[in-house]
Ligand binder design. Structure first.
Ligand SMILES: Cc1cc2nc3c(=O)[nH]c(=O)nc-3n(C[C@H](O)[C@H](O)[C@H](O)COP(=O)(O)OP(=O)(O)OC[C@H]3O[C@@H](n4cnc5c(N)ncnc54)[C@H](O)[C@@H]3O)c2cc1C
Length: 415
């Protein structure tokens, strides 16, 4: 590349749920941002929750695109502060109550929105709607969003990084933010290693329709083969993350809809009423993959490129968005301070990056520990252990602040 090629302030690789909103916020504060993504086209729209509710039958394609995320109030408020919530709100289902229980034992802990003096405990959004809402807003900003730009390697120089794209082009910037997912090319190209924990579990991802309205309750139920989560969508539809033992995977995969629905109903019980229909199912293995370092010279890893978590309680995205919030705040302070001093702000400043890492470490460790505990400790068939767990849930129900923290954290809605 020609040495006189311009150097942007910030290049972000990955225009999905983490990279795109960060690009938007940084550009709105005056940073010059280039956003690269390997995907070539617009993300095809998916049926809204209301359309799914009305559909007589779910076809495979639309139902499989129904992957959802539970947003904590913190994440929702961040979107709102940055003018993004109005682009998302139309299809977001509020969670009015959280219910955490343990199969086979008495005891459930519940949390109502009114106990938080909030309209909702959190919101369930469809990932595609979320991405499309953010990208539509992005198109009205100064972000230089390049689609079909597959990054193949990264080279470091003292005052910038250079990102090479498969089409032969390249981008130079003073800060590189990797939001390119779990298989991050940026991470690999920089030689940042990963640690991997295999949970010896798989998750069935699907949707169910109920005979009645779910009343906007989100459920996390701990069973001997792992956690089972039901998140409310529009009307009487719920998203399901059903953790199973790997030894069950082949048999569960073979079940027809009626047999799977019966199995699910027996594991979950009737607290949400009767399940009447199940959508297509996708089975994924469950692992935790973490980068050994979140920063390198002039580089930060965010979202799944930094950390892929077990989906229990849907912690991953909310944690990633707290990273986004912290980094954005530090970068915005940097540019504001430098505008006042009329000097040139360096977004890749090593001190800024190391302070960002230090500020985020405690929250990240707590969430990883919490997720690991939930994924592992409720498994097994020991009745004694089971009673202790139920007692813990009952005990929590009696101790209001602890119960609130437990229920919110369990659903990824904490903070
Ligand atoms: C079953 C399940 C349920 C979940 N539920 C929740 C929940 O309820 N709440 C919650 O907080 N979290 C949840 N999560 C976690 C959440 O899905 C992730 O945190 C989130 O998807 C991370 O997004 P990302 O932008 O980091 O990565 P991705 O969504 O993987 O995006 C990566 C982007 O980078 C692009 N890209 C990749 N490679 C390149 C390249 N070489 N060059 C250019 N572009 C590239 C891709 O095209 C893509 O757009 C769940 C996860 C799972 C598996």
């Amino acid at each position: 590349m020609n040495d006189s090629a311009p150097v942007a302030d910030i290049v972000i690789v990955g225009a999905s749920l983490v990279g795109a909103p960060l690009a938007l916020v940084l550009a709105s504060q005056g940073w010059q941002v280039v956003l690269l993504d390997a995907e070539t086209g617009e993300i095809a729209p998916v049926p809204s929750g209301a359309e799914l509710e009305m559909a007589e039958q779910w076809d495979d394609a639309s139902a499989l695109q129904q992957r959802c995320t539970a947003l904590s109030l913190g994440t929702q408020r961040w979107f709102d502060r940055h003018g993004l919530w109005s682009a998302i709100a139309g299809d977001a289902a509020p969670i009015f109550q959280v219910s955490v229980s343990h199969k086979g034992y008495f005891g459930a802990t519940r949390l109502h929105a009114h106990e938080l003096n909030a309209d909702a405990v959190g919101y369930v959004v469809n990932n595609t709607h979320l991405a499309n809402g953010i990208l539509a807003r992005l198109a009205t900003t100064t972000v230089d969003h390049r689609r079909g730009a597959r990054v193949v390697s990264v080279a470091h120089h003292q005052d910038h990084v250079e990102v090479a794209v498969a089409d032969g082009s390249s981008v130079r910037a003073r800060l590189l933010i990797a939001a390119d997912g779990v298989g991050s090319v940026v991470r690999e190209s920089l030689g940042i290693g990963t640690t991997q924990v295999d949970y010896d579990q798989a998750a069935v991802l699907t949707m169910v329709r109920l005979a009645q309205h779910h009343q906007n309750v989100a459920y996390e139920r701990f069973t001997d083969s792992g956690p089972l989560a039901l998140l409310p969508r529009t009307g009487s539809c719920m998203n399901v993350v059903d953790c199973i033992e790997p030894s069950e995977q082949a048999a569960v995969g073979e079940l027809d809809d009626a047999a799977y629905l019966a199995r699910l109903q027996s594991r979950f019980g009737f607290r949400a009423g009767r399940f009447t229909e199940v959508g297509p199912r996708l089975i994924v293995p469950l692992v935790r993959i973490e980068a050994t370092s979140q920063v390198a010279a002039r580089t930060v890893l965010l979202g799944n490129s930094a950390r892929l978590l077990h989906p229990v309680g849907g912690q991953g995205y909310n944690l990633a968005m707290r990273d986004v919030e912290e980094l954005a705040e530090r970068l915005v302070n940097k540019i504001t301070g430098h505008k006042q001093a009329s000097s040139d702000a360096d977004p890749g400043d090593a001190q800024l990056l190391s302070e960002f890492v230090a500020a985020r470490q405690s929250d990240q460790r707590q969430v990883v520990r919490f997720t690991d505990t939930l994924a592992r400790s409720f498994r097994g068939h020991s009745a004694v252990a089971g009673h202790i767990r139920s007692a813990a849930l009952l005990g929590l129900d009696a101790i209001t602040p602890l119960r609130k923290t437990f229920a919110r954290r369990t659903m990824g809605l904490g903070r």
